[in-house]
Unconditional design. Structure first.
Length: 229
């Protein structure tokens, strides 16, 4: 079931502010413990699809390593965290940045900001044995062949076992859930007509593990963002 996480998984747990340079670029405070939010699985978009930008929204890209949960659990220890990971995936956490800025000022939730349809572009399931060290992976994102993000998972503030421990101390992780582990610096806008491409590379061997591509279009119907300030 884990291999079909995008069809059968129940939730996406997305870690925020887990790379120091990204925290600084958005002028946020460094977190004292892992910080996360939930995204609906209806936001998944397979590689080759079209990211739809809602009306009035400034949409930003955030490339991330995803952990696919195999063995579910609650109160998982850091020492046992690895046995709960079935595999990995490359994903983009799309963000309605202008809406996020408004709701942050008001202390409101981020569900709309992160939850639009097509706002979790994702690659295929990467089997666990293919990745010797998930804390030494390069991930990059290009827009129209220009590098925008280029980071390494070794730069995470909170490492993967700590993320699993923290999340499972609050809510049960289930088979097929996807944990997004945070994004490196370089986030920015995508607009209609852009070509978005990203890759996951083993930094030790330079093997490319995954490459995914997406188009971008304006969504002509549905939600319309109108600033209230």
């Amino acid at each position: 079931m884990a291999a079909y996480f995008a069809r059968s998984g129940k939730k996406i747990v997305a870690i925020g502010r887990n790379y120091a340079d990204h925290v600084k670029e958005l002028k946020n405070a460094l977190p004292k413990e892992p910080f996360f939010f939930l995204k609906p699985t209806t936001s998944y978009l397979p590689s080759g699809g079209i990211i739809e930008i809602p009306r009035g929204i400034t949409a930003h890209h955030e490339v991330e390593l995803g952990l696919v949960i195999g063995k579910g659990g609650r109160d998982i220890s850091e020492a046992n965290a690895e046995e709960h990971i079935a595999g990995y995936a490359l994903a983009i956490d799309m963000t309605a940045r202008n809406l996020q800025e408004e709701v942050k000022k008001k202390g409101l939730p981020w569900s709309t900001v992160k939850g639009f349809d097509t706002f979790t572009p994702v690659g295929s399931y990467i089997q666990k044995p293919r990745i010797a060290d998930p804390q030494n992976l390069n991930l990059w994102l290009k827009i129209n062949d220009q590098i925008k993000q280029n980071g390494n998972t070794s730069d995470m503030i909170f490492r993967i076992p700590r993320l699993i421990q923290h999340i499972s101390s609050i809510m049960t992780l289930e088979e097929g859930d996807l944990v997004l582990t945070g994004t490196p610096a370089g986030v920015g806008p995508v607009v209609a007509g852009d070509k978005v491409e990203c890759a996951l590379v083993d930094a030790a061997t330079n093997e490319e593990l995954e490459r995914i591509t997406f188009g971008v279009a304006d969504r002509p119907t549905g939600y319309l963002y109108q600033p209230s300030y």
